[in-house]
Design a protein around this ligand. Structure first.
Ligand SMILES: [Ca+2]
Length: 293
């Protein structure tokens, strides 16, 4: 019996992405209707970092009917690697097919790669990993929700969200259209030299999350300092960390140093029907979490 690894907290990566595309995380969202396509720039691969080491017995790869027969050829002949050890090669797959692949020798590791090595469009709709955990489980990261905005709440004036605070007393912040405790950021780190460790998510959009560190407080005037990628799949739109926006009439904070307002936080208006989000996409919801002990 195959036992599939829980990929809820796993991080997906890719060689490159087709413009206008869903994010890499859609390959592990348990929805065969959401698919990801690489672009032609680099030898195509998609990979996933598992939350802990596993002995990998195999993978299940799904191409749903959302992938054209022509694009499906871009995955045909794929390989599987576990921490650099190739355990399956030249696997055939066609459009609208679910393929169970055995991983020869059941290698141990925490990164599983599916690729072709060819500079072509490579589609994937779902990947499941059949394996068993090795060693002690990695401690779970504690993420605290500190900001949430849906496109239904564009009211972020200084009177509606005084001092970066909104619905701070909510018993269910994850259900609010507008929620912010960004005024409490300094109380969530030991001192101003310690970087914030943020995770920004775009629920319901298919746009990949961004996880990064920065030392500057996004609510305080000035440039982003101490920026460091942790897990950033797409910087499209000009990602450079969060700081007060240079277009204050559009949004209070954004993630681009230039004149764009992508990665908007406290957006005061919509762009193409949504909030300017990650990867130069428009999104219905944005959430920021901070890592806490
Ligand atoms: Ca999917």
């Amino acid at each position: 019996m195959a036992t599939y690894v829980d990929l809820t907290d796993a991080h997906a990566h890719f060689s490159d992405y087709r413009w206008g595309e869903y994010g890499a995380q859609t390959v592990i969202d348990n929805d065969p209707a959401t698919c990801f396509h690489t672009n032609r720039k680099n030898p195509a691969f998609w990979s996933v970092d598992l939350p802990q080491r596993h002995k990998v017995h195999g993978v299940r790869v799904t191409l749903s009917d959302k992938v054209s027969w022509k694009d499906a050829k871009g995955l045909n002949g794929f390989y599987v690697e576990v921490d650099g050890v190739r355990c399956a090669e030249n696997v055939a797959i066609a459009a609208n097919e679910v393929k169970e692949v055995q991983c020869m020798g059941s290698p141990e590791g925490s990164t599983v790669v599916i690729g072709t090595g060819r500079k072509t469009i490579m589609p994937l709709c779902e990947v499941s990993i059949n394996g068993e955990p090795v060693g002690e489980p990695t401690p779970k990261t504690n993420w605290k929700l500190i900001f949430r905005q849906t496109k239904d709440d564009l009211d972020w004036t200084s009177s509606s969200a005084p001092g970066f605070s909104k619905n701070a007393g909510s018993s269910n912040p994850a259900a609010e259209d507008g929620y912010s405790i960004l005024d409490k950021l300094e109380s969530l780190r030991a001192n101003t030299d310690e970087p914030f460790h943020f995770l920004m998510k775009y629920p319901g959009s298919g746009v990949d999350p961004l996880e990064w560190k920065q030392t500057s407080n996004p609510t305080e005037a000035g440039k982003v300092t101490g920026y460091e990628d942790v897990w950033v799949n797409c910087k499209g739109g000009g990602w450079s960390g969060l700081a007060p926006s240079s277009r204050a009439s559009f949004t209070v904070i954004d993630g681009t140093a230039g004149g764009n307002w992508f990665f908007a936080i406290m957006a005061k208006g919509l762009h193409a029907g949504g909030i300017p989000g990650g990867c130069a996409k428009v999104v219905p919801v944005v959430e920021i979490y901070i890592q806490v002990p």
